[in-house]
Write a protein that binds this ligand. Structure first.
Ligand code: EPU
Length: 421
């Protein structure tokens, strides 16, 4: 089993450079299916979710060229209408974006249901509602979603989402881009990667406005042409390093970030005692490792991200006093890591949607298992801050979303090794 072995207690010091955003990349790469011409995409993170997605696109006939580190050129001009490889589709969550992209390009799609991190029930009813509003007939089986053009053809429409969903917002944007007429998504998600997808599509010739607000408008165009685009930095990867420094203590310059995207995270870590200096595209974080309790409630952007819940929970386990952490996006997300943290000495009581975390001065090393991506990242932070040695198992989850994690942490002075048995 491949695992991380971490000897805790080192301060983190130096500079770390953040990679391109996973959740933007996994929306933008399928969006290349809409483009006839070459899309040159920069700042593509080298993570397993991206590798799987590129394999799916290559299998559909996309020509893919790795021009340089982080630079991928995709040409989907001559892709075929075949079904995306179901085995690959089931390996990740964001493969559901193939539904919207293929519907837009071919007016039909036959895509296996996605896999990926399974920390909660993750329905796609809002995606389906969107496709139907755009005129698709939808057939859902246990394993597949089959979309075809309905009797009145595919066309723009007004769709009000019942819940704020990143995935549904992206999928409807993809589907509507090449359809006639105007689509309006109300109660849309406002995450930075929604704006990034809109910017990518607009660079290629789409007409999308309002991304980043709760009303996104897409005026359909006949075709998109190629171009060059750079993916934004990963808000959650950056947040993970900030939380790691807050927990272990140290002084790190986190480069290639958009500080505005980080406000919702830094404001909470600041309340806990970490100090931040913002630059144009970097943030310096300083911490003496002595943290105070706080209260956090996860919310869609611009709120505190659910994808940082587990990492800030580790900070809370080390903070003086009792913290409260409420999850409002995925209720069951605590179960992916809280019991693992408890085995490291953390004191966490889960009461419905809220974890009540009583801080202690130290965690102690243990053998723990990652159950999903962010849970795994949190266990790495716990290991870095703990006394003694921590083994984090199931690290394939972590490698879905963090590029060169071990290398980056070692450069900051962490004692972490990737061990393949
Ligand atoms: N929801 C529905 N119906 C739907 C879609 C969503 O009820 O059709 C509910 C979900 O159950 C959840 C809420 O709406 O309670 C929000 O879900 P959303 O659709 O926004 O999540 P997602 O698109 O499946 C993306 C990220 C997740 C991140 C969430 C929330 C990608 C590929 N994934 O998931 O990222 O947690 O948004 O911000 O963008 C991660 O990176 O570790 C990760 C899990």
């Amino acid at each position: 089993m491949t695992r991380y072995e971490i000897k805790g207690g080192n301060l983190l010091e130096g500079t770390v450079t953040i990679s391109g955003a996973k959740n933007a990349a996994v929306a933008i790469l399928p969006a290349a299916l809409l483009v006839k011409g070459k899309c040159r995409v920069e700042n593509v993170p080298d993570i397993s979710d991206v590798r799987i997605l590129l394999d799916i696109l290559a299998d559909l006939g996309a020509k893919i060229h790795h021009e340089a580190s982080g630079v991928v050129v995709l040409d989907c001009t001559n892709i075929s209408e075949k079904k995306p490889n179901p085995e690959l589709v089931r390996k990740m969550r964001a493969s559901y974006y193939l539904m919207g992209a293929l519907l837009s390009r071919f007016h039909k799609a036959d895509v296996a249901l996605p896999g990926g991190c399974n920390f909660a029930s993750r329905p796609i009813d809002q995606h389906i509602k969107g496709f139907m509003a755009l005129g698709a007939d939808v057939e859902e089986t246990e394993d597949y979603v089959v979309l075809t053009e309905g009797p009145n053809g595919l066309h723009g429409n007004r769709i009000s989402l019942d819940v704020v969903s990143v995935g549904a917002t992206v999928n409807i944007m993809l589907a509507a881009t090449l359809l006639p007429g105007q689509t309006v998504i109300e109660n849309a998600a406002k995450e930075p990667h929604i704006v990034d997808l809109a910017n990518f599509l607009n660079t290629m010739g789409a007409h999308i406005s309002g991304a980043g607000t709760d009303t996104v408008k897409i005026r359909g165009v006949e075709s998109l042409q190629g171009g060059t685009y750079a993916i934004i930095p990963d808000q959650i990867e950056a947040g993970t390093y900030l939380a790691a420094v807050a927990a272990t203590g140290g002084n790190v310059l986190v480069r290639n970030v958009i500080p505005k995207h980080m406000d919702c995270i830094t404001s909470k870590l600041q309340e806990m005692g970490a100090k931040f200096i913002n630059y144009d595209d970097a943030i310096r974080v300083q911490s003496d490792g002595k943290l105070r309790h706080t209260t956090v409630k996860t919310r869609p952007y611009p709120g505190f991200p659910t994808d940082m819940q587990a990492q800030i929970c580790v900070c809370m386990t080390l903070a003086q006093g009792i913290s409260r952490l409420t999850e409002s996006v995925y209720e069951t997300r605590f179960f992916g890591y809280c019991s693992e943290l408890t085995s490291m000495g953390a004191d966490i009581l889960i009461n419905g949607k809220t974890a009540i975390v009583t801080g202690h001065e130290k965690l102690k090393g243990a053998t723990v298992r990652a159950h999903d991506l962010r849970a795994g990242a949190a266990l790495v932070i716990a290991g870095l801050a703990a006394e003694g040695t921590t083994q984090v198992e199931n690290i394939h989850f972590v490698e879905r979303g963090y590029e060169r994690l071990v290398e980056k942490l070692r450069a900051l002075g962490a004692d972490i090794r990737r061990i393949e048995d």
